[in-house]
Design a protein around this ligand. Sequence first.
Ligand code: HC1
Ligand code: SF4
Length: 579
Amino acid sequence: MKALINGVPFTFTEKLTVLEAVRKLGFFVPTLCAYPTLESTPGSCGLCIVKIKYPDGREVLSTSCKTGLEDGMEIRTDSPEVRQAQRKQLALLFADHDMNCMGCDRHGKCELLDLAEKLDLKKGIAPGSYKVAKEEDYSDRAIWLDPNKCIRCERCVEVCGKVQGLYVLTMKGSGRERAAALREGKPWALSDNCVRCGQCTVVCPTGALQARDQVDVANDYLTDPGIYTVFQFAPAVRATLGEEFGFPAGVNVERKIVEALKKAGADCVLDTNFSADVVIMEEGTELLNRLNDKNAVLPMFTSCCPAWINFVELHKPELIPHISTTRSPQAVMGSLIKSWLPEKKGIPKEKIRSISIMPCTAKKDEAARQALAKDAVPDVDLVLTVREFAKLLKGKGIDLRKLEGQDFDTPFMSKGSGAAVIFGKTAGVAEAAARTVYYVLTGKNVNSIQFKTSEHPHVEQELTIDLGEGKSPLRIGVVHGLANADYIADEVLSGKSPFDFIEVMSCPGGCINGGGTPREAGDYHPFNLERTKVLTTIDEEHSLRQSHNNPMVKELYKEYLGEPNSHLAHELLHTEYQD
Ligand code: HC1
Ligand code: SF4
């Protein structure tokens, strides 16, 4: 079959929409709702208008996402008539849109405004002229919703349902009232279903869904001379922050982050990689203890992803005994910042504010957990997402591109191994743990362990470690995306899981694609391979590949904690979950 697209012959055999065909030839058609990586085409934005001439001579202006390509069609994507129709439709979207751009989270990176520029929309129905004031929801400690900015593309609904399996979001109302909303109909802070992974904020093309903005709080801390600011930043931050400053995906900006923080006025900069190594010592010991105890609950799940922990507490509380009690690296570092650091540096605890920079919206929620506070004072006072951190730096005129970069200047809790940095990508925690467990069981240090692609439909990778004659092998599984984790949780609860240890990361591909990472217009990259590669390369080029060989971790245990899983380690580095 053949069609003619802008005069270019197009031969096809498969079933395609006009939009798909046009895009295969590389022609531009504006869309906001069609989202190929989520296999979603609700047809709600109405922007993808083209002119179609049918073989019988009929000529129509039509949206292209729902129109099937037919033999003999002639399609034009660009003509004065087509452009005018697209502009009119775009003007309609602006007509009931809240145009408070300066207060908008998407300021400067708005996909709606971007299309206005591309379509050269200068006049039309006045923006905001048909606006219905809808109630904003800024109640939550992680996710904020402003329905006045919603353009009904339904991307948030799709990612929440298809990738996370949660179906927490829906579209409510009709006509101009229609907007994304929580299905439960409660303020977000009271939601018993949302796990705060923030994937909805990554796909939202406008400022309707965003991470709670706490840049001002960070600035208050940084400018208060009575406060000693201690920063930590997550493995994935060094692989993603550069994108906010115009670097292509895949550039390691670790040393630039340290310099930027120093320029911003940080008193002390630490590395979450250090506490990831500590987590391996604690979680690895916990796993070995469970394996050696006939009555212990197995398999054991990792605990570092707070959206996964929220999922278990809210949706599968029966699974709690299977979750490692070890706190996440963010929380471990937070606890040490408020305990070991004051002792070591002679700084009063009350003067310290601990601020973490994370690729994650759920980490904001984690930091506010009561179980992670001492005397009602949180161990982590503030969490900024990568996007917020970029905003903070830009507000201070600090441009990452202009920085040379510098080493961590604190010879304390600032060194992490290669095993720690891969925490930021799927299978990283499992591999880091495997390197250390392998060492404990065999006495051999290994620089890497090859996981294989799993045949299990909901497990991404797996590994079997042979522990020698007479011993059962250790079986490790790796799961990402909560829709997958839900299946695995049920498998474990029904006693049918083949694994002893399971890593779960809620975000597809792990934290490098977290809800607080830079957003790309127009598409969703559940596997951003460039970001993944950064972490793999740092690990491969690292002189220290195993958590248990980290000299700063050894110092922590020698000087302060004693042994992994010691009484003090339990008090400071482990936690309890609520059902
Ligand atoms: Fe993650 Fe983790 S890997 S959870 O994604 O265990 O956020 O990067 O910091 O805490 O280390 C996030 C990343 C991060 C923790 C670590
Ligand atoms: Fe946060 Fe990482 Fe979990 Fe995503 S996978 S919710 S970024 S911890």
